[in-house]
Ligand binder design. Structure first.
Ligand SMILES: Nc1ncnc2c1ncn2[C@@H]1O[C@H](COP(=O)(O)OP(=O)(O)OP(=O)(O)O)[C@@H](O)[C@H]1O
Ligand SMILES: [Mg+2]
Length: 495
C-alpha cells in the first residue's frame, strides 16, 4: 500500500513487521530444541538487527571536538540553542571554572528540544558521556593503574530523511549564521591558552576561558598621542579589508611592544582585545614541544583574533633549545629526530608571514619584550612588525590617568599633586609601581601621602645607585676592575 506522498503507509509497515516477527518466533521455537540459550540470544540479536523496520529519520552527530580542534558547528549549536530556545530549557547543568567569574550554564545530560524550520521539525538532543581511561604505570605497585575521567559531548540532530538536503543546505548554515550574530552582539572575548588532553598526553590544543581583563584604552596610563595613534591604526586596519586585497597583502597587522617590566605591555594587549573584540591566543613558546606542534597550533587559531607571544627574547632562548641547536651545528648527524627539531624565530616568522596568515582574515599578532636590543634582528626587519610601540616609565600625563581611574581625582583637587608631578619628573617609576601604591587604601589622601614617601625613597635609592655607578666607572677608568655588568650594584671588583 502506497500513499500519496509515495511513501509506504504506517499500516503497511506494521503488517510487514508483524508477519516478520511471527516468522522469527517460529524459527526460535525450532532452535530452542537444538541450541543452548546464549547461542540463541546471540543469533536473534543479529537477526533483529538486520530485520528491524527501516528508520525514516536521520540523526546527525555533532561532536564537540574534531580531532584536536574544536568543532565550529558544535559551538554554534550551543550558542544557537542556548540563546534562541532558552525559555524551553528546564534542565540545566551549572558549573564554574576556577579562573572564571561567571557561572557556566550548560545543557544537562540527555536534554532534548524541538525546533521548527520552514515547517520542518528537527529534534536536538544533548549527549554527554563520561569516558574513563585506565592509564598504566608499570612498576608503581598499588598505583600501577590510574583512572582518568573526561567528558565527551555531542549534539544529535534528528529529522525526517526527506528533509536531508534542506537541513544540511539551509538549516545548519542558518544555525551557524545566527550563532555568529549572537556572538557579535554578546561580544564575549575569549582567552585561549595551551592545554593538553591530559597530564599524561603530549597532544596540545587550545583551551579557552572568557577573557574578563578590565583594561581599556581609557584605563591605560600612556602618552595620549601614542594611544590615539594606536587606536587609529587599529581602526584603519579593520576598515581596510578591500585595500589589503587590492594590494595583494594578507589582512594582518603586527605590533611589537617593548619596554621595562610593569609599563603596561600586557595591559595594552588586553585593551586592544577589548577594543577590537578579538579573541586572544596566548602562545607560550616554552610550552610548545615540537616544531610540528607549533605549526598545528598556529593553524588552529581563528579569524578576528590576536596571537600573542610574550617575552620573545626569553622564549627563544630556552636552554634545551640552545643545547640542541649547538649540538646540531657540531654534529650534523646527531640532530634530534625530525619532529623534535627546535624552532627558530626566523622559521616561526616565515610561517606566520606565509602559510598561517594566508589561512585567515583579520589577524593581529603581538610580540612583547623587555629588551628590544636582545631580540633577533629578523623581528625588527622592516615590514615584519608594522608598529613598534615603546611602553615607558610613568609620565605626568600617565599619572593623571591613574589618579583619575583609581580615585576619580583631578589635579586641582589634591594638594599633593604638584609634589607628585615633580617627583615623577625626576624619578623612573613604572605605572605598575604607582598602581600598587594606589591600591593600598581606599582613602585617596592617605594613598597620595604614601606615594610621595615612596617616590622620595625611590629617588634617594636611585641617587645612591648613580653614586655607586660613578664610583665603579672611576675604578674602571683607573683599570682597577676588569668587567662589570649593566647592573652597577653587582659589579665584580678585581683589585
Ligand atoms: N600603562 C599602564 N596603565 C595602567 N596600568 C598599568 C600600566 N602599566 C602597568 N599597569 C598596572 O600594572 C600591572 C602590571 O602591568 P603589565 O602586566 O601590563 O606590565 P608589563 O609591561 O606587561 O610587564 P612585564 O614586562 O613584566 O610583562 C597592570 O595590571 C596594571 O594594574
Ligand atoms: Mg606582560
Amino acid at each position: 500500500m502506497v500513499n500519496f506522498s509515495g511513501l509506504p503507509s504506517p499500516l503497511s509497515i506494521f503488517s510487514a513487521y508483524a508477519s516478520m516477527s511471527a516468522s522469527i518466533m517460529l524459527f526460535q521455537t525450532m532452535l530452542n530444541q537444538v541450541l543452548p540459550h546464549q547461542a540463541q540470544d546471540y543469533i536473534f540479536s543479529k537477526i533483529r538487527h538486520y530485520f528491524k523496520p527501516l528508520s525514516s529519520t536521520i540523526t546527525l552527530v555533532i561532536e564537540e571536538r574534531d580531532g584536536m580542534s574544536s568543532n565550529e558547528i558544535y559551538e554554534a549549536a550551543e550558542i544557537y540553542l542556548y540563546h534562541k530556545i532558552t525559555p524551553e530549557i528546564d534542565l540545566f547543568k551549572l558549573s564554574k571554572r576556577p579562573k572564571e567569574k561567571k557561572l557556566r550554564v550548560n545543557f544537562a545530560k540527555s536534554w532534548k528540544t524541538t525546533d521548527i524550520f520552514e515547517g520542518v521539525e528537527v529534534i536536538w538532543r544533548f549527549v554527554s558521556e563520561e569516558c574513563k581511561k585506565t592509564l598504566t604505570f608499570p612498576g608503581h605497585g598499588d598505583f600501577e593503574n590510574d583512572i582518568l575521567a573526561s567528558e565527551k559531548r555531542h549534539f544529535e540532530l534528528c529529522f525526517d530523511k526527506k528533509y536531508k538536503d534542506k537541513v544540511l543546505n539551509y538549516y545548519v548554515p542558518l544555525v551557524l549564521r545566527e550563532a555568529n550574530v549572537i556572538k557579535a552582539e554578546k561580544k564575549v572575548v575569549k582567552l585561549h591558552t595551551l592545554g593538553s588532553s591530559s597530564s599524561y598526553s603530549s597532544a596540545q590544543f587550545w583551551d579557552s576561558i572568557n577573557f574578563e581583563h578590565p583594561s581599556t584604552f581609557d584605563t591605560l596610563a600612556m602618552d595620549a598621542g601614542l594611544k590615539k595613534a594606536i587606536i587609529e591604526d587599529l581602526d584603519r586596519f579593520l576598515r581596510r579589508k578591500e585595500f589589503y586585497k587590492k594590494v595583494g597583502k594578507v589582512w594582518k597587522r603586527g605590533y611589537l611592544l617593548y619596554g621595562p617590566p610593569g609599563t603596561g605591555k600586557s595591559s595594552l594587549i588586553a585593551a586592544m582585545a577589548n577594543y577590537l573584540k578579538f579573541d586572544i591566543f596566548d602562545l607560550e613558546l616554552a610550552n610548545v614541544k615540537r616544531d610540528s606542534d607549533l605549526k598545528k597550533l598556529l593553524l588552529r587559531t581563528t579569524n578576528k583574533s590576536i596571537l600573542v607571544i610574550e617575552d620573545i627574547d626569553c622564549s627563544m632562548e630556552l636552554p634545551d633549545r640552545r643545547k640542541t641547536a649547538s649540538l646540531s651545528n657540531i654534529h650534523a648527524d646527531a640532530r634530534p629526530p625530525r619532529d623534535q627539531q627546535q624552532f627558530t624565530l626566523a622559521g616561526l616568522l616565515n610561517f606566520i608571514d606565509g602559510l598561517w596568515s594566508s589561512c585567515g582574515d583579520e589577524r593581529v599578532i603581538i610580540f612583547t619584550t623587555n629588551n628590544k636590543d636582545k631580540i633577533d634582528p629578523a623581528l625588527l626587519r622592516p615590514g615584519r612588525m608594522d608598529m613598534h610601540i615603546h611602553m615607558s616609565y610613568l609620565t605626568i600625563e600617565g599619572f593623571t590617568v591613574l589618579a583619575k581611574n583609581y580615585f576619580k581625582v583631578h589635579d586641582h583637587q589634591n594638594w599633593h599633586f604638584t609634589e607628585i608631578q615633580q617627583l615623577i619628573e625626576s624619578v623612573q617609576v613604572t605605572p605598575a609601581e604607582v598602581a600598587e601604591e594606589l591600591m593600598k587604601s581606599n582613602n585617596a589622601k592617605m594613598c597620595f601621602e604614601r606615594l610621595v614617601k615612596f617616590l622620595k625613597r625611590k629617588r634617594m635609592k636611585n641617587e645612591e645607585t648613580e653614586e655607586d655607578g660613578r664610583h665603579v666607572l672611576e675604578l674602571f677608568k683607573t683599570k682597577r676592575i676588569r668587567s662589570f655588568d649593566n647592573k652597577m650594584n653587582s659589579a665584580e671588583v678585581y683589585s
